[in-house]
Design a protein around this ligand. Sequence first.
Ligand SMILES: Cc1ncc(COP(=O)(O)O)c(C=O)c1O
Length: 396
Amino acid sequence: MPNRLTELPSAKIASRMQAIAPFYVMEIQRRALELEAAGRHIIHMEIGQPDFGAPPAVRDAVIDAMHRQPLGYTDALGMRSLREAIARFYANRFGVTIAPERIIVTAGASGAFLLLAGVLFERGDEVLLPAPGYPCNRHFVAMFDATPVDLNVDASTQFQPTVRAVEAAWGSATRGIVIASPSNPTGTSMPFDELAAVAELVAQRSGALIVDEIYQSLSYGRQERTILEATDTVFVVNSFSKYFNLTGWRIGWIVAPPSYVPEIERLAQNAFICPPAPAQYAALAALKPDSIKIYEERHAEFRARRDFVVPALEHIGFGVPAVPDGAFYIYADCSRFAADSFAFAFDSLERAGVAFTPGKDFRGTAAHRFVRFAYTQSMPSLVEGMDRLSRLLNAV
Ligand SMILES: Cc1ncc(COP(=O)(O)O)c(C=O)c1O
């Protein structure tokens, strides 16, 4: 009998795992939780999830569904009623008509990316992704053995690509580009006309443009738009996680050109069978006017927080070279305080009890100089966080 405790597993680990980097923010969070367990009070500005939770009507709708519905598998593309409600959201909010048949309900934006990467990309394909950018999107590309390629962006273009930069970066193996607007970690958006021009360029090159609109309804002081106003030959990803505050419920959607829907459906049937049924009832309730009213109040609260934290960070000595106009993030230059933002993030956590994310998670040429603050905490906590950082960094 082999010794069960010492026997080494012999199954290999697939080489693609080398292309999947860890999420460093989790290390920050782990240390923050350890400090909390030891009795320290920590201000959490590291995690990108709204602090509000599901509105009461959403919770009630799910409780009601649990009592009245079997909550079995639904259609792989999502419940017809939810797809129609999402189509109405586009009509009411943006004045664009989207046929419900083009809408695929998914397990969050993450489920949407998995399906799109699986349908669109394969070995030998290169896919452009702006850096700094949300790390998981590049990992979905790598999961299907395609090659994610950094398209470096900086503050001179609000950390968003220009059509000229996309044209210059597009090579013979390039098959697509993923753009998040507003972006994580910078909270900045791409001008609508520039994004529409990229869509035209990508169509000319017979490539795929995936626009991640997960932060679209969290825009401040600018008109909220969707690329679907300009073109139908685009893959739009959205989610109930951010504006709708339903992170853990795992529910989102894709709007795809009609001819791609059957392929996405086939992969969805196999990968997920269907999106989670309880979360679909939650999403239906989230789209109702009464819930939207609550979300708009929260949207205004996020704006007030941004208007407080950006000048507070600048006053402390951080640089904010591109003022965010969306999402709930501030990408701040900490080079006045440290040469290495990774060490700086851990040091600030230990000494001031304020947690934020090092730029390393998001790549890009200046990652070592930047950190990301998420203002997903109440105003009193944010005031306390800024106060602590000021005392730590401005002490003479
Ligand atoms: C830009 C961006 N896209 C996609 C996601 C994934 O979101 P979810 O799967 O919760 O919908 C996130 C989450 O932080 C994000 O920031």
